[in-house]
Design a protein around this ligand. Structure first.
Ligand code: ADP
Ligand code: MG
Length: 733
């Protein structure tokens, strides 16, 4: 939450000097304290200026001081005008030689300026910024950021960013996010910030000195001076590092605090004790054609311990594609069922929900549950599927059974979250997250518990997410990471096929493998537009391959628009070896398990994301047979190339998740989830991984010992101030 909102909701305080004792924590000024002073306490900030600052989200002194420079320019290392090349973007420091009056040319306002430095001169043209004629004067020093162009043989810039250097003589100039339109320049922000830094004086430091020394961090007072008035680029970076750490620490304190509080609340269900569980799991294990991996065994044990406790479980299960997470989820469900409760599994798509339904059905085949009405006897376990495809009559019947406890496990999509879906006694909720559900949906599902008891919650990722991202997005959950894959998987050889020859050899490989009695998938590109457009394009591709590269082979078709029965028929034919090649959309992305399939061909692979391609590749390499994955793409777009090369070089989902984060940045990964969650202005968990991990470590150390942060009042107050309601529990507990 931006700090300004806190201030905006409080009654406006009369201008006062920030020396009142109230804003001083243990020997220094605090953020909430500075937040109580409106910017008008600063000299030269009247109502008009304050209104302009408010446009930038700056209401109080804390807002102003956390309005950090976007970057810094080292004046001693400016490009000189003579060094600039055409089409190159650069920052230059120049002196204004002349400014023309605003005139209109073909309906557009134009202001022209000539400026120079010791090495040469430059013409600058501003379009539709007639106020520049009033703003700029001969003799002013300016910092320009823009692209050098050649116009009729003359070097010029059009609409560069302008920063008034003013009389600043320091070597390093911080450049602030500013709004020229609102009439506030970076330079004016700098002047106000400098006064605020000076008057704030000494800042209280929430970080215990031992941690500060260990991490070689500046004190907060030093850091604020360093980021706003740096004497060197190094100093600026040190200031940034400390303040970024503080942002991450606040967030982690809130997340870890929430986790600790949840653990201490005993509003969960104490499920079956150990002996009972072991008995159940032995039966489950005995019904499997394989042994558990050690990761699975460890995950099941951890979950079992959580479920036995009367605090509600909040656990994230991370594992690579094919690591066998479904089995772990089923083991957990059986624990809930044994204790007479129900379990739910929510998946983000219809197809995935259906796949889960099928695989769970085969895993629980032959299991009984206790039946209260038949003293000591059991009845077969009942599994239900709820998605938007379920007809209304069938749905009512299912819901009625669910409400009386006659359905034990309900699998579905977000259709599970609807109000009239009521459980007799929900003991465990499993969410196959796939990054697509948010915190709100998690709590909606959890709210389906009854009798004031929260069900246990298990969140699974479809593919790994980077560690630092997991700490941030899922920082309030306990985490189990599955590191090993079932034995007997052979690594998949991955090839990015980008020219005609390479593509021809892809189809050769398919034919050769089919000749050995193996099978192949061909996944067709995503098509923008409706599902029916996509379906049509898959059908086209099938006909093309049948008539061309794959003539003579037995091809089957699978896409989301086909009726359920036709889909099942296609899958059955493929599983049974009656079809050699399955031409499909991404419906095969998850869950499809055909060990004889040894080739995966993904057409137009650049259209898929990293996680999706990794999932698709996970459909082959499921036996001892050598397998191949071909990523067909002639695109050499930058991001796509990086993604496809990464997939060629590694089959490790944890490694790829990290690469993906580097390539795309965090915004895309988190989507809307991160919004409103924090005050991360400086910190980024792509660029500051080490800091994220350290902040987590420090937060765990502090909060585990002292969940109410009573020994850390300054920290407690600023967590509440910046992280807002998210941190309410800290104050309540
Ligand atoms: P994911 O973790 O990607 O969801 P799944 O749960 O779909 O993986 O499991 C992938 C495949 O591995 C399934 O066919 C499953 O039956 C199989 N499997 C699960 N556990 C084991 C194991 N311990 N040994 C061999 N195969 C296993
Ligand atoms: Mg899965």
């Amino acid at each position: 939450m931006p700090a300004s909102r806190v201030a905006a909701t409080s009654t406006p305080t009369a201008p006062s000097t920030p020396t009142a004792p109230a804003d001083r924590g243990q020997g220094g000024r605090t953020w909430p304290g500075l937040g109580r002073h409106q910017v008008t306490v600063l000299s030269g900030v009247g109502p008009a200026r304050a209104a302009k600052l408010a446009d930038l989200g700056i209401v109080n002194v804390a807002d102003l001081l956390t309005h950090y420079p976007r970057r810094c320019v080292d004046r001693s290392r400016q490009a000189s005008l003579a060094e600039l090349r055409i089409d190159e973007e650069a920052t230059v420091v120049v002196r204004v030689d002349s400014v023309g009056a605003a005139r209109r040319v073909r309906g557009r306002a134009i202001v022209e300026m000539v400026c120079s430095d010791a090495s040469g001169s430059l013409k600058v043209t501003f379009f539709n910024q007639s106020w520049r004629a009033r703003q700029l004067h001969t003799g002013m020093e300016l910092l320009l950021f823009g692209k050098l162009e050649a116009f009729r043989g003359r070097r010029q810039m059009t609409n560069p960013l302008v920063d008034l250097v003013g009389d600043r003589c320091g070597g390093i100039i911080p450049v602030y996010p500013a709004s020229e339109k609102a009439g506030i320049t970076s330079w004016e922000v700098a002047v106000m910030v400098q006064e605020a830094v000076r008057r704030a004086g000494r800042m209280a430091d929430p970080l215990p000195p031992a941690h500060r020394r260990r991490l070689s961090l500046l004190s907060r007072t030093e850091a604020l001076a360093a980021i706003h008035q740096p004497e060197s680029m190094d100093q600026w970076r040190s200031g940034r590092r400390r303040l970024a750490f503080d942002e991450l620490l606040r967030l982690q304190c809130a997340l870890v605090g929430r986790r600790v509080a949840a653990r201490q609340r005993s509003d969960g269900i104490a499920h079956t004790p150990l002996q009972d569980r072991q008995d159940l799991w032995r039966r489950l294990a005995a019904s499997l054609p394989f042994g558990l991996t050690s990761s699975q065994a460890r995950a099941i044990a951890e979950i079992g311990r959580d479920m036995e406790s009367d605090a509600a479980m909040h656990r994230l299960l991370q594992g690579d594609v094919g690591s066998g997470k479904t089995l772990v989820a089923v083991a957990a469900m059986l624990v809930a069922l044994r204790a007479g409760h129900q379990a739910a599994l929510m998946a983000p798509t219809e197809v995935l929900a259906e796949q889960h339904y099928l695989s769970i059905r085969s895993l629980i085949d032959g299991f009984d549950v206790p039946d209260a009405s038949r003293l000591g006897a059991g009845r077969p376990l009942q599994l239900g599927l709820l998605s938007s495809r379920v007809g209304s009559q069938e749905r009512s019947k299912l819901l009625a059974q669910l409400a009386v406890g006659a359905v034990d496990i309900l699998v579905g999509t977000h259709a599970l979250l609807v109000d009239d879906v009521r459980f007799a006694s929900l003991g465990l909720a499993v969410i196959d997250e796939q990054h697509r559900f948010g915190v709100d949906q998690r709590s909606l599902l959890r709210a389906k518990g009854s009798g004031g008891r929260d069900p246990d919650l298990l969140v699974m990722t479809a593919t790994p997410i980077p560690r630092t991202a997991a700490m941030t997005v899922y920082g309030d959950l306990d985490m189990t990471v599955m590191t090993d894959l079932p034995a007997g998987r052979s690594p998949v050889t991955t090839v990015w096929a980008r020219d005609d020859d390479q593509v021809a050899s892809v189809w050769d490989r398919v034919r050769r493998e089919v000749a050995f009695g193996h099978q192949a998938f061909v996944v067709c590109p995503l098509v923008d537009g409706s599902e029916s457009v996509e379906a049509a394009s898959v059908e086209d591709e099938l006909r093309r391959l049948e008539a061309g590269e794959l003539s003579g082979l037995r091809l089957a078709l699978l896409h989301g628009q086909m009726p359920q029965r036709a889909k099942q028929a296609a899958m059955t034919a493929f599983r049974g070896g009656e079809a050699d090649v399955l031409v499909a959309t991404t419906v095969v992305e998850v869950g499809v398990d055909v060990p004889a399939a040894t080739v995966m061909v993904v057409l137009d692979a650049h259209r898929f994301g990293m996680a999706q391609l990794h999932q698709l590749r996970g459909r082959v390499g499921r036996s001892e047979l050598a397998s191949w994955c071909y990523l067909v793409s002639r695109s050499d777009g930058d991001e796509a190339a990086q993604r496809l090369s990464a997939l060629e070089s590694s089959t490790d989902g944890f490694f790829l998740a990290d690469r993906d984060l580097q390539i795309r940045g965090e915004g895309t990964l988190l989507g809307t989830r991160q919004q409103g969650r924090s005050d991360l202005r400086l910190a980024s968990f792509t660029d500051d991984r080490e800091l994220v991990a350290e902040a987590r470590r420090v937060a765990v150390e502090i909060v585990d010992q002292d969940p109410a942060l009573s020994a850390h009042p300054v920290l407690a107050a600023e967590v509440a101030y910046f992280v807002g309601e998210q941190a309410d529990f800290l104050l309540k507990s």
